[in-house]
Write a protein that binds this ligand. Structure first.
Ligand SMILES: Nc1ncnc2c1ncn2[C@@H]1O[C@H](COP(=O)(O)OP(=O)(O)OP(=O)(O)O)[C@@H](O)[C@H]1O
Length: 320
């Protein structure tokens, strides 16, 4: 549906997008996640034909966004980071104007405006000047404009930025409801938002795609860093003896926690989950474990790990 191939964008000597390639399939919500300045807006602006790329191409349902912009843009609705609103127009006037630009047939325009105003809860504001609307309501108008014409793909750049918590919840619900009929791509630098709303996450760092997968798979990807933590109130030598007799252990790091408690972080060989073996080994020696648990990476940690200087994980592009 969308194919992005080897996209590069240079601003002078600054490389904002550095060889991005990915595919987006129908009917899912995709999230671009990355710190400020990662290149999310630049990528979205290129995908929607707002700006050209230095290298690479974007195909929307097979149409090149630069070579066949009219055909390609028909399939996309876009809410840029700064929605291009006309402050002196009323909500209805603006949506009529946007509908004409999108070449929506006149006989369908009224009906569609009514439908998008209902979706974005703008019915009661239809005759208000955009100038007089709050930030949240202006964002709804921007969204209504993106949805108008019901394009297959809706691209939203930081759709909840600057909104209050109630408005954020409303916009998220709206985005979820859109996914029933549309493919949605949204960007955010807020992990919680992307995790809550999106089926797939693409993590972008310094203009590069450093990972792309479902939220669960991304957490699993990092599970190589998962370890088992035990706490025992016995001298370290005693614990070393017990663990030393187990062949299933790859590494064990010891630290003293005070009050005679030793914490050990253990990695099983070949990433094996050896919790039961550990339990039995200590039980046989009649040494009670105060704690025995598997510590996994959270998506938060995955994100931090992947967006740190020089760190990169394998990208499974076949999954998106
Ligand atoms: N018109 C421009 N001229 C020069 N540099 C630019 C321009 N637009 C963006 N950049 C730079 O390109 C990089 C990527 O910017 P971009 O806006 O795409 O990032 P982003 O991930 O969307 O971040 P944010 O959430 O802060 O907008 C940044 O370093 C930014 O300063």
């Amino acid at each position: 549906m969308i194919e992005v191939k080897n996209l590069v964008k240079r601003y002078g000597r600054h490389l904002a997008v550095d060889g991005l390639s990915f595919q987006v399939e129908e009917g899912q919500i995709y999230g671009f996640l990355g710190p400020n300045g990662a290149g999310k807006s630049t990528t979205m602006n290129i995908m929607t034909g707002y700006i050209g790329a230095t290298e690479g191409e974007v195909l929307i349902n097979g149409h090149d966004i630069l070579k066949e912009p009219e055909e390609a843009k028909k399939h996309i609705g876009y809410l840029p980071e700064q929605p291009p609103l006309y402050m002196e127009m009323t909500v209805r006037e603006y949506l009529c104007f946007a509908g004409e630009l999108k070449k929506i047939p006149k006989d369908k325009l009224e009906e569609q405006i009514a439908e998008v105003m209902e979706l974005t809860k703008l019915e009661e504001s239809e005759n208000r000047l955009i100038h007089n609307l709050s930030k949240g309501y202006r964002q709804r108008v921007g969204l209504a404009q993106a949805i108008l014409g019901f394009p297959e793909i809706i691209i939203l750049d930081e759709p909840t930025v600057g909104l209050d918590p109630k408005q954020i919840i409303e916009i998220r619900e709206l985005i979820r409801s859109l996914a029933k009929r549309h493919t949605v791509i949204l960007s955010s630098h807020i992990l919680a938002e992307i995790r809550e709303v999106c089926d797939y996450i693409m993590i972008i760092s310094k203009g590069r795609l450093v990972a792309s997968d479902t939220p669960d798979n991304l957490e699993n990807l990092m599970n190589k860093t998962a370890y088992i933590q035990i706490q025992v109130r016995k001298p370290e030598d005693r614990i070393r003896n017990i663990l030393g007799s187990l062949e299933c252990i790859e590494t064990a790091e010891y630290s003293a926690e005070g009050e005679g408690v030793i914490t050990v972080r253990i990695q099983g060989r070949d990433k094996e989950d050896i919790r039961e073996k550990l339990f039995l080994a200590f039980a046989e020696e009649r040494v009670p474990l105060q704690e025995l648990r598997l510590v996994k990476s959270t998506l938060e940690e995955v994100f931090l790990e992947l967006t740190q200087e020089g760190k990169e994980a394998e990208t499974d592009e076949s999954n998106i």
